[in-house]
Design a protein around this ligand. Sequence first.
Ligand code: ASP
Length: 343
Amino acid sequence: MNQQPSVLIIYTGGTIGMAQDPVTGTLAPVRFDQILDEVPELRKFGYRIGSVAFTPPIDSSNMTPAIWEKIALTIQRNYNLYDGFVILHGTDTMAYTASALSYMFVNLSKPIILTGSQLPIGTIRTDGKENLITAVEIAAARKNGEALVPEVCIYFDFNLFRGNRTVKRDAENFSAFVSENYPPLATAGVDIRYNTEFIHYPGNAGILKVQTGFDDNVFILKMFPGIGRKVVESVLGIEGLKGVVLESYGSGNVPTSKWLIQAIRRAIRHNVIVLNVSQCQGGSVQMGQYETSLELLNAGVVSGNDMTTEAAITKLMFLLGQGLSREEVKMYLRRSLCGEIRE
Ligand code: ASP
């Protein structure tokens, strides 16, 4: 039996693979083989490394559910050929992609590690080399024949996070991601330390399945002081709207204005699912703790508990895309599908 570890790198785009246009000075994606040429260290692992490059490579601001599905199906097609998978992805929407992918896989028993960088890989001070090299090492890591981290993760700046717990918090610092409500699954220093008590290991993993389908009839409604009645009423009254992530204050609070609660009640009566998450990066929604959230509870708003907005909106799109009943969608929103919410 061939014991050589193997990793498939899937290049979707992002700063990691960009170079400066000598004329215009803007950053644009380059060819994938140019990235690998920048990191000859990867060969020293002695792994079998395969690669797939999406064409054209994209800035992740152009990410779509169709590309999430393409990534998932690429992994499914190659699942038995590799020990782990590394996805090179722009940082801007990496937390959304990681969340969406985490819901799509059933019976995942191999690592899927997303990474990227703040500086292109060809620049001298790039953070991309370390991110890519360690992501590959983690994707290949096994113990007693089993993957050490069989989850969809983001590796960035010496931390491995559960993907659906992350938020992009910084546009300049190398530590671009944070996971306030769940500890890192590993940290990289002299050694890579795996926090195995926080990693989910599948009991009896069956055959990998990929569930596709996302519904985009959704919206994120963020509260702010002075939010206007006309805007809220029109948004909540959009024809065909199926779900709203309500980004509330603190532990799930919104203004007590009658018109706001009435607009939310009306939307719920029209079968819109309203999911309450906090604008805070840490902590959770606890509806009923304050007067300002009790009305939401009574109106039938679903608590997003400690989910990030990224995990919440992709979960809503995913569940609405699975042909479930409204009650089933609400039930699964409250439950953990793959560690995105505290139960
Ligand atoms: N705009 C880039 C992207 O998300 C930023 C990055 O990669 O860091 O593709």
